[in-house]
Design a protein around this ligand. Structure first.
Ligand code: NAD
Ligand code: UGA
Length: 428
């Protein structure tokens, strides 16, 4: 099939490359000329394991191309997938300006029947609004389908090619069949439903996963005071098939470009519809606690943070990504700096977008530089290289002896045996 993908971010680029991988003829469009130039040079604009290989293979096979021009991509495309950003507006709602701008630009170049796909995460009713905007410009036949994306950063390529399910929100069989054909090579259940259900399902999935993490963090904080180990508790409850073992890792709370904005957005929609949304509000307040508690515990362990040197290991919101949007590590860095500490941070690939933070944090290029002379080190992202931290060397390089392991990567017994004051999340 001839496919156009609008937006070449984490979702657009991965979905464009993977749709080419399963045999489609794909043109990716982005309004950012610098991004497109990099892609045309064969460079990846994001860090995503396995993506460069899929892109390069499909570009060489002639199935994948990049452009800033809608005029090149839209005419003749049977499927046009919108994967642009939907960031939080000041009131917590999803800002849809990029989605609507893309829809209007698409409409200018439509000539024959096409299915326009909302892949971005958007509030219930958006596919109807997208259709209305297109209809004011294009008088021909088209359908808008909601097809929310469920990939995770760091595992995006395999999540896209081997998902648990594909959600298709379509108003008629013709559009649903186009989507079934699009995804035919991907073996998983295709759940066809109304666009409104599909849109709500995406927010419900992210809010549920965020709530699950908040729940285990609440249990973790309790475990610390009761002498239990949250890993053992998670193993025990996760073995119950009704609960499941995934997303029960206690830590610094959920961050990233999606959970925080999507949880705010569904709450905003709920409030607008007259619902209190108490479960989601509780998940959010627990997430704030998961961020503030480490600062309090480190403050206590160091007898105050002012003037202390902290070696921060990790800046990305999780491992295997360069994304720092709403990262717990960045949030902690800001809190330490606000308390008067100096922060020496190392992350192998993270991209810091916050200019104020760039001016106040000391970004270094190795673990050794981050921990040298440190009063305390804080592990904030679960990169494999932090799991393999050389404890004896760390002892020699640091000036203090406090380790706060916000991701529970190290072995408490071994670290304590080496003479450290070791703090982690939910372990005695
Ligand atoms: P992103 O910020 O990485 O990328 C968005 C891209 O869209 C940018 O390259 C931007 O230049 C481009 N763009 C903006 N307006 C455009 C326009 N009018 N025409 C063409 N290109 C335009 O965003 P992302 O992380 O890929 O997220 C995109 C959407 O997918 C969001 O709604 C997000 O919630 C959802 N989502 C993201 C993930 C994820 O892991 N990042 C997973 C599932 C769903
Ligand atoms: C998440 C969802 O997992 C995807 O299904 C969804 O498509 C995506 O959001 C989205 O809508 O954008 P992602 O944000 O890439 O994917 O990362 P996750 O692996 O879900 O992690 C999110 C946050 O939760 C991270 O801060 C992570 O450290 C934290 N987390 C995750 C935990 O603290 N504990 C866990 O057990 C799992």
């Amino acid at each position: 099939m001839k496919v156009a993908v609008i937006g070449t971010g984490y979702v657009g680029l991965v979905s464009g490359a993977c749709l080419a991988e399963i045999g489609h003829d794909v043109t990716c469009v982005d309004v950012d000329p610098a991004k497109i130039e990099r892609l045309l040079r064969g460079e990846m604009p994001i860090h995503e394991p396995g993506l460069a290989e899929v892109v390069s293979k499909n570009v060489q096979a002639g199935r994948l191309r990049f452009t800033t021009s809608y005029a090149e991509a839209i005419p003749g495309a049977q499927v046009i997938s919108i994967g642009v950003g939907t960031p939080s507006a000041a009131d917590g709602s999803a800002d849809l300006q990029y989605v609507f701008a893309a829809a209007e630009e698409i409409a200018k170049y439509l000539s024959t029947y096409a299915v326009i796909v909302d892949k971005s995460t958007v509030p219930v009713g958006t596919s109807e609004q997208v259709a209305e905007r297109i209809r004011t410009i294009f008088e021909g036949e088209f359908d808008v389908v909601s097809n929310p994306e469920t990939l995770r950063e760091g595992k995006a390529v395999s999540d896209f090619l081997k998902p648990d399910r594909i959600i298709i929100g379509a108003t008629n069989e013709q559009a649903a069949n186009v989507m079934r054909e699009l995804y035919a090579p991907i073996p998983c259940p295709k759940l066809v439903m109304s666009p409104r259900s599909a849109e709500l399902a995406k927010y419900a999935a992210n809010a549920f996963l965020a709530t699950k993490i908040s729940f285990i963090n609440e249990i973790a904080h309790l475990a610390e005071d009761l002498g239990a180990d949250v890993h053992e508790v998670a193993e025990a409850i996760g073995a119950d098939a009704r609960i499941g073992p995934h997303f029960l890792r206690a830590g610094l709370g959920w961050g990233g470009s999606c959970f925080p904005k999507d949880v705010k957005a569904i709450r905003h929609v709920g409030h607008g519809a007259g619902h209190e949304m108490p479960v989601i509000s509780a998940a959010m307040s627990m997430n704030e606690r998961a961020r503030s508690r480490p600062v309090e515990r480190l403050d206590e362990a160091l007898n105050g943070l002012s003037g202390k040197r902290i070696g921060l290991l990790g800046l990305a919101f999780k491992n295997d990504t360069d994304d720092t949007r709403d990262s717990a590590a960045i949030d902690l860095a800001k809190r330490f700096l606000a308390a008067g500490a100096q922060v020496f941070a190392y992350d192998p690939v993270a991209v810091i977008l916050d200019l104020e933070l760039l001016n106040t944090i000391s970004r270094v290029s190795s673990i050794d530089e981050a921990i040298s002379e440190a009063d305390a080190i804080v592990i904030a992202t679960e990169w494999d290289e932090f799991r393999a931290l050389d404890i004896e060397k760390t002892k020699k390089l640091m000036q203090g002896n406090v380790i706060f392991d916000g991701r529970n990567l190290l072995d408490p017994k071994a670290v304590r045996a080496a003479g450290f004051t070791y703090l982690s999340v939910g372990r005695p």
